[in-house]
Design a protein around this ligand. Structure first.
Ligand SMILES: Cc1cc2nc3c(=O)[nH]c(=O)nc-3n(C[C@H](O)[C@H](O)[C@H](O)COP(=O)(O)OP(=O)(O)OC[C@H]3O[C@@H](n4cnc5c(N)ncnc54)[C@H](O)[C@@H]3O)c2cc1C
Length: 322
């Protein structure tokens, strides 16, 4: 039994929402392990977020190194594994997002540790709940190795609240060998909109939008609300919108305060990525569409009629509020 290292993603001097959620999961794990939470920040400029991280943990541990400027799982994995061993930690926690999927299995392999991915609950020090079969069942899994590696679903662990005033420490990266991998370039799709996994509101479109061109009408609603824009797999597979907009079992898992599903039927694989949303609004012309079974508010109508009306109403309301 021991401390819990939490891998924290950050942007500039702020922790990302994924880090706050991971810190909440880590606190629950630490309570079962009888240890403390250590917030781990890695990369060039990592110290910038340490003053925020120490509010959530007994210690913020910073590993700054020019060689870690660009994220590569090959270089980061040994550093994370080194910290877990060096701190004598019994658990490592991170977010179940793309980075978690890339990095954590490698760290688990280096530590010879068992891993539970995508956890939605902490049962005991080594037992965890995780959704299976596209979220239609919940499994309780047990990890029997001395060190436990976990990725936690952001939709299931609310952001941690600041409660500590821990110390900031630094550690050396040690050997940073890329194992033959080489960083070439980072192609970031720039958007003024919030990232899907961090967004408070999301407007998502499905195959029924019929084209990428039509998505602009949906995007106008999203921009009026300050929302992120998502899509079903059918819409991304059809090339209407980029693949990284996909929400669902094989896309992003989101849990905003408001999710507006437009012309999305509500297949179980889509629901797996959004049914944790606080308020779900569905707009679909088919009253029998399964999306209405999970919707808090449903509108049986075409998007052609509804979206322009809704956007205009919200704009009017915003103008009156000013
Ligand atoms: C292994 C696996 C993984 C998958 N992963 C994912 C995933 O991550 N995410 C995901 O989304 N899917 C995923 N899928 C696909 C999933 O099964 C569905 O095929 C997909 O979600 C359907 O997308 P859709 O609802 O946009 O399209 P459809 O099912 O074709 O639904 C379109 C809807 O639009 C409505 N509509 C049509 N015209 C209008 C209009 N003018 N106005 C209003 N409504 C209209 C229709 O009534 C219909 O309900 C996966 C499938 C498999 C097998």
């Amino acid at each position: 039994m021991g401390n819990v290292v939490t891998y924290c993603e950050y942007s500039g001097s702020s922790l990302r929402g994924s880090a706050l959620s991971a810190l909440n999961a880590a606190r629950q794990v630490a309570a079962k392990h009888g240890g403390q939470v250590i917030a781990l920040l890695i990369g060039k400029g990592a110290a910038g977020a340490a003053s925020e991280a120490k509010k959530y943990a007994a210690k913020a541990l910073v590993v700054e190194d020019d060689r870690l400027e660009n994220y590569l799982a090959e270089t980061y994995a040994p550093v994370v594994a080194g910290v877990v061993t060096g701190q004598g930690a019994s658990a490592l926690v991170g977010a179940a997002n793309n980075l978690g999927k890339d990095l954590f299995p490698r760290v688990a392999a280096l530590l010879d540790a068992g891993m539970a991915s995508d956890i939605s609950g902490v049962v005991s020090a080594n037992q965890f709940r995780r959704p299976i079969l596209a979220g239609s069942a919940i499994a309780t899994v047990e990890v029997s190795t001395p060190v436990v590696v976990l990725t936690a679903r952001q939709s299931e662990f609310a952001p941690a609240q600041p409660s500590d005033e821990g110390a900031v420490e630094t550690a050396q990266a040690g050997d940073v060998s890329a194992l033959g991998a080489e960083f070439v370039r980072l192609a970031v799709s720039k958007s003024e909109r919030p990232e899907l996994t961090e967004a408070k509101a999301i407007v998502a479109g499905g195959r029924g939008m019929k084209s990428g061109e039509n998505f602009r009408i949906l995007e106008e609603l999203a921009d009026t609300l300050g929302a992120g824009v998502g899509a079903s797999r059918a819409a991304t597979d059809a090339g209407f919108v980029p693949a990284d907009w996909q929400i669902g079992q094989t896309g992003k898992v989101v849990a905003p305060d408001l999710y507006i599903a437009v012309a999305i039927s509500g297949a179980i694989q889509h629901l797996a990525g959004m049914k944790g949303s606080k308020v779900i609004v569905a707009i679909n012309k088919d009253a029998e569409a399964p999306i209405f079974q999970v919707a808090d508010y449903g509108l049986v109508s075409t998007w052609e009629k509804t979206l322009p009306e809704l956007t205009a109403e919200i704009k009017k309301h915003k103008a009156q509020a000013h």
